[in-house]
Design a protein around this ligand. Structure first.
Ligand code: PMT
Length: 411
């Protein structure tokens, strides 16, 4: 259970949407207020069918905000201010309808408008019928919102008000309180605050001609997760990303590039930095003289492509000098003798650490959700169990933070 002391003095804007679980939100308000949280509430029209504005007002000891249009009066608080004067927005219950409107970026009532206008983190506690929760539309909306950084607690499994059984019950009020305390504890833990980081991610595309290119199977999942994990610990992160299907992660500056040469230029533009993590799968070679005319199949046989070496971004960033980041971390993608090749690569490229992973067909490392890595440092090798790429990223970011803290203590 999270330490609740962190909650005192925090401000939560609670959005109560229309679901049977809305009655639990009254309990949630009480539990938060007992812990010193200021709770301001927005009640949707449907929400007001399940709990009365009077109950919400009595428990929050504040105005209950319901109508988008009444806020246009200068004497009232505008919806922008309402959405910004909180440390966290909590949507409980979050109905399928409200999640769909949030995913679509709609602003058709006060709740949706506030959620669209906010610059603060949002935690949702979904509550709906099990089939609604399992519907592909709801799953897609939820996945999209989470990819944009939205936080979620629940839903729990159990018997629903409609007598069906399965996931869809809103998390219990104390579980939501724990999640809120956990959020604030995590937000306060910023051991990399004040540090700048560069992370490379994804593949590069090297043109053969204006319509064809050389690429590889990197999805960017591992590199993007590392950027997010470093940002979570307080680092100011520039993510230099090759072409991927992933959304830009919230909280990072993103430079989109296509080729290795563009990736190097973007990394150099992001210097100075304290940390560089090169997780991108950069093409070692490009086609010399790739022109601006499409190669034609003219009966003369296949064209002869001459390859020329690309710049090595990791080796360039690792080069000793004033602008070298204090900690440079490379990746090694190997298909055999992983530790031996990766150890040699660390020495050859001059980076401080190298994260070795096996990318043989069948491992699913390229494009998959999990990774099995070995962290190779000057003082030895740590082999980590297979984990989700997010978890690998979190553990690596933690190791980076420990490295800087240890160095600070040593000074
Ligand atoms: O993107 P995902 O689908 O999530 O997959 C993750 C991953 C397998 C791509 C990732 O975990 C990984 O291993 N990234 C490094 C891929 C790679 O190109 O490895 P390499 O062994 O060929 O290169 C060694 C290091 O040099 C890497 O840090 C690479 O970014 C860097 N490099 C390589 C060539 C080059 N021209 N410039 C570089 O900076």
């Amino acid at each position: 259970m999270a330490d609740h002391a962190i909650l005192a003095g925090k401000r939560v804007l609670l959005v109560i949407a229309g679901g049977i679980a809305a009655y639990k939100s009254l309990e949630l308000i009480r539990r938060l207020r007992e812990r010193g949280v200021t709770v301001r509430a927005v009640l949707t029209e449907a929400g007001a069918r399940f709990v009365t504005p009077l109950s919400v007002q009595a428990l929050t000891e504040d105005t209950v905000y319901q109508d988008l249009w009444s806020l246009t009066d200068e004497s009232e608080m505008g919806h922008i201010r309402l959405s910004r004067e909180a440390d966290l927005l909590v949507v409980a219950p979050a109905t399928a309808n409200l999640l769909a409107r949030m995913a679509a970026g709609m602003a058709d009532d006060l709740a949706a408008t506030v959620l669209l206008a906010t610059d603060k983190p949002v935690l949702v506690a979904p509550a709906m019928n099990v089939r609604m929760w399992q519907n592909a539309a709801t799953r897609a909306n939820m996945a999209l919102l989470e990819s944009r950084g939205l936080l979620r607690i629940g839903p729990n499994d159990g018997v629903m008000a409609c007598n069906e059984y399965g996931p869809g019950r809103m998390a219990e009020p104390m579980e939501i309180v724990d999640a809120i305390a956990g959020f604030f504890a995590e937000a306060a833990y910023r051991p990399l605050a004040g540090r700048r980081a560069i992370v490379t991610s994804g593949p590069t595309h090297e043109p053969i001609d204006p319509v064809r290119y050389i690429a590889n199977r990197s999805s960017g999942k591992q590199g993007h997760a590392i950027a997010v994990a470093l940002a979570k610990l307080g680092a100011a992160v520039t993510l230099v990303s090759g072409p991927t299907r992933l959304p830009d992660p919230a909280g990072c500056t993103v430079a989109h590039i296509e080729t290795a040469r563009e990736m190097l230029a973007a990394c150099e533009a992001a210097l100075p930095a304290d940390i560089a993590v090169c997780a991108a799968a950069v093409a070692d070679w490009r086609v010399e003289g790739a022109g601006d005319r499409k190669l034609k199949k003219d009966g003369g046989g296949p064209p002869a492509l001459t390859l020329t070496e690309n710049p090595d971004i990791l080796a360039t960033l690792s080069r000793p000098g004033e602008r070298r980041p204090a900690l440079v971390v490379g990746f090694a993608a190997e298909t055999g003798d992983v530790l031996a090749y990766a150890t040699a690569k660390r020495a050859r490229k001059g980076c401080d650490w190298i994260v070795a992973n096996d990318v043989s067909p069948g491992t699913g490392t390229f494009g998959g959700s999990d990774n099995t890595v070995h962290l190779i440092r000057a003082d030895g090798v740590e082999s980590w169990p297979t984990m989700a790429k997010d978890a690998v990223a979190a553990r690596l970011a933690e190791a980076v933070a420990e490295h800087f803290n240890a160095n600070l203590k040593a000074k």
